[in-house]
Design a protein around this ligand. Structure first.
Ligand code: SF4
Length: 368
């Protein structure tokens, strides 16, 4: 049951969301137990592979170039750096690595080729690889799929009605198209939203209705609480109460019984009891590690302690789907072939000149 037919209207979802809290949590826990192992929680790591300088204007995001925030922009990491970080995340119990790049959209260039190599390398480590790279066309989605990408994250963020209050540089429809392109390539879809941006409860429900309208809803639905960052248009937003987070997790759990509901950004503002209620209400994943792209997150050790106290078990990778096969990427193969040929040519030229007794010309610099 991908979508709960009892709650497929705005009225029914609103009524559900506004139920007495403990009844809502109980109903969510009951649904959760029918479709998932309630002790298993996936630990995922979110790594910013390219930070800042984004041309978009998402009102919550410190990585938008137009806002004056303290984010240190950095260019795309190397494949080796990403593999190092993935090893560290895996050693700390993460079974999924989500790589985020602050791009408006993917471009067919060397950077994207490098991302393809990152996906190949991390998939070879038996970790689920997820990426969030902005808008994506069908070909790019297919290349990522062939590289071994398990999931693509692209959030709708909120309802279509409230969306324009937060973002103006791209349309809701653009986001739906990217999700559709990932879906067509056979990539698992991760898409959710942020609460606490000044939206009404109807907007939270409106976002869930957008997912209900899809032929197949996302396999993974991250629920984030806004982390208001100084310098962004939403810097003055008051943090939401953790009860709201629990309500949103529980409502999403009941509405989409098979999806993994991810308790994502904003955990630093929640206590362990609040997080425990989220797990009871069906949250099946957290992001581990002290950073979520650029915003703070609890440390690995704190989460380990929480797992011990609550009796939670980190979920193994590929428990929710087969490991994707990595196929050779023709663009990268062609580039490597060219590089190898060039290296051969240089070597042959060097050997020939050595054989002929050629000495490289000495360049003397005269300094007055
Ligand atoms: S959320 Fe993504 S697209 Fe929006 S400004 Fe931040 S990095 Fe850019």
């Amino acid at each position: 049951m991908k979508v709960n037919p009892k709650y497929n209207t705005k009225e029914a979802l609103l009524e559900l969301y506004n139920k007495p809290l403990l009844e809502l949590v109980f109903e969510a826990a009951t649904v959760h137990r029918q479709f998932h192992d309630p002790r298993e929680v996936q630990m995922s790591s979110l790594l910013s592979i390219k930070t800042g300088g984004c041309p978009e204007d998402c009102g919550y995001c410190p990585q938008a170039a137009r806002y004056h925030t303290e984010v240190d922009a950095h260019k795309l990491m190397s494949v080796e750096q990403v593999v190092e970080q993935a090893k560290n995340a895996k050693a700390n119990g993460s079974s999924r690595l989500c790589m985020g790049a602050a791009w408006r959209e993917v471009r067919d260039n060397k950077d994207f080729d490098n991302v393809i190599e990152m996906v190949q390398a991390v998939n070879a480590m038996d970790m689920e690889v997820c990426a969030t790279l902005g808008m994506l066309n069908e070909n790019q989605a297919q290349r990522l799929k062939n590289a071994g990408l398990f999931a693509y994250n692209h959030n709708l963020d909120t309802s279509p009605e409230f969306y324009g209050d937060v973002i103006s540089t791209r349309e809701y429809e653009d986001r739906l198209n990217t999700i559709e392109n990932a879906r067509k390539a056979g990539i698992s879809v991760c898409s959710g939203g942020i609460i606490g941006m000044g939206e009404a409860v109807e907007d939270r429900i409106g976002m869930l209705l957008s997912y209900m309208a899809m032929e197949t809803p996302p396999e993974s639905i991250p629920i984030n609480a806004l982390v208001a960052v100084e310098g962004t248009p939403l810097e003055e937003q008051k943090p939401i109460e953790q009860w709201e987070m629990i309500r949103m997790v529980a409502t999403s759990r009941i509405a989409f019984p098979e999806s993994v509901i991810r308790l994502s950004a904003g955990r630093t503002k929640m206590n362990m009891e609040g997080q425990a209620l989220c797990f009871l209400a069906g949250a099946g994943s957290i992001f581990a590690g002290d950073k979520l792209l650029t915003t703070p997150n609890p440390e690995f050790n704190e989460d380990k302690e929480m797992f011990d106290i609550l009796g939670l078990i980190p979920k193994a990778s590929f428990a929710d789907g087969e490991k994707p096969e990595t196929k050779p990427d023709p663009i990268i193969e062609a580039r490597k072939k060219k590089e190898a040929e060039r290296a051969e040519e240089l070597k042959a030229a060097r050997e020939a000149s050595e054989k002929n007794g050629f000495q490289p010309r000495k360049v003397t610099t005269i300094v007055d």
